[in-house]
Design a protein around this ligand. Structure first.
Ligand code: SF4
Length: 432
């Protein structure tokens, strides 16, 4: 059996894509190995969102090409969608480049390269996303559930619409079937992801159907938690807030990437009015869901960002007290409107503002965490004596370190939060 390894770079959506590739291959005569050094074929699933992600992808490919077992390399993912043609010349070490919409042809591609052929298969976007088998290699009690592909928003700094194409919702029956299979395989928490989860359904049902989808998913008996990431402020509707407030499986947690709060900057970002709407939506959410945990993401150093704009952002953070915040320094991406805008900010100033924002937010996150000290929380066990409550999304928010290590993975325990640990994490005692 041919040994295959997959190296996944980038965001949770790419993790799901890798599991689809494993799903497509699991029907054929292959053996999956974790370590590329043991593989005959290595698939590199790339990210291309920003320049540093492309550099990481190229370094990873060249490192794999220099392995002494000289595995056949297949490169896929966003970097192939965006730069496929250039990469053929640049990377002679690679045996095949396949686009994200060609993954069902992966077994054929592998047979061809094992017979010495070089393959380039990067088709355009499929109207309707196909139903795909999924295979999870590592055993985690949570999984990401991709509900759509592409994006119709026009953020001026973003390459995603040019890489992933227009917004295409997955048919609800495909999503619910996949969710049921994941839950039956032991998954307790599903995290809904997309470029914009709140636009779900508008293309194939003519209306926003995220609330309906959540209610369908909540019918799956084995599921414990449903979590929503990547929402777009103006599409957080009263219907969505209602479902979040009343459906017990939908955790009181929301990720709303606001990117900035200065209306001047948001206009330049191609996100006019989303700051004012964002503030209103957060008020509405907190009125209906007082225990809500919020996550957001911001870009500092966007072209034209002056001290007063940055100060507006800091003031917003200290008045709104968002639980978890991620930040990026603006990166002028080739082919985006923002890369051509005047008044580009110096790297030094970007770095200064990035450091200051994260420092500012560190004490806010600590204060938000301290409000929960002494509380008894339901904790999903993610690993040896570590877990998360509804307030923490995996891989991006803090963790809860428990006083016992023999609790099975995927168990849900009640634990009392005793300490905030290094601002972001907790220590807790399991209730027996
Ligand atoms: S919503 Fe997100 S994925 Fe879509 S264009 Fe804006 S930043 Fe890019």
């Amino acid at each position: 059996m041919t040994k295959i390894a997959i190296v996944t770079l980038g965001c949770p959506k790419n993790e799901v894509y890798s599991e689809y590739m494993l799903g497509v291959l699991s029907n054929s005569n292959y053996e999956f190995v974790d370590d590329p050094i043991k593989a005959e074929v290595v698939i590199v699933n790339t990210c291309s969102f920003i320049t540093s992600a492309k550099q990481e992808a190229l370094e990873t490919i060249l490192q794999l090409a220099s392995l002494k077992n000289s595995p056949y390399l297949i490169v896929t993912g966003c970097m192939v969608q965006q730069h496929g043609k250039e990469l053929i010349e640049e990377l002679p070490e690679v045996s095949a480049f396949i686009g994200t919409e060609a993954l069902t042809r992966l077994p054929d591609v592998i047979e061809k390269i094992l017979n010495g052929q070089r393959v380039f298969d990067v088709p355009g976007y499929e109207e309707i996303l196909p139903e795909l088998p999924r295979f999870a290699q590592d055993k985690k009690p949570y999984a990401y559930l991709k509900i759509s592909e592409g994006c119709n928003n026009c953020c001026t700094y973003c390459t995603i619409p040019s890489i992933k194409g227009p917004y295409r919702s997955r048919p609800m029956e495909y999503i619910v079937k996949e969710a049921r299979e994941l839950a039956e395989s032991g998954i307790k928490e599903l995290i809904l992801v997309a470029q914009d989860t709140t636009a779900y359904g508008i293309d194939i049902y003519g209306e926003y159907r995220l609330p309906t989808l959540l209610c369908s998913l909540a019918q799956i008996p084995e599921l414990y938690w449903l979590r929503i990431l990547y929402t777009y402020p103006e599409r957080i509707t009263p219907e969505l807030i209602e479902v979040m407030a009343t459906e017990p499986k939908v955790v009181p947690y929301l990720d709303i990437p606001l990117q900035h709060i200065s209306e001047d900057i948001l206009r330049r970002m191609g996100r006019p009015g989303t700051g004012t709407i964002g503030i209103k939506v957060i008020e509405d959410l907190r009125r209906s869901i007082p225990e809500l945990a919020l996550r957001s993401t911001f870009i500092v150093g966007f072209p034209g960002e002056e001290e007063k704009d940055f100060q507006l952002l800091l003031d917003f953070l200290s008045s709104t007290k968002i639980d978890w915040v991620g930040a990026f320094k603006f990166s002028p991406e080739e082919g985006t409107i923002a890369s051509e805008l005047p008044n580009q900010v110096e790297e030094e100033i970007k770095e200064e503002r990035y450091q200051l924002l994260m420092l500012y937010q560190q004490s806010i996150t600590r204060a938000c965490n301290e409000r929960w000290l002494g509380q008894k929380m339901k904790v999903l066990i993610d690993g040896k004596s570590v877990g998360r409550s509804f307030r923490q999304a995996p891989e991006v928010d803090g963790l809860i370190y428990l006083n016992k290590s023999n609790v099975p993975l995927g168990s849900i325990v009640t634990a009392k939060l005793t300490h905030v640990y290094e601002d972001y994490d907790f220590k807790a005692e399991i209730e027996m």
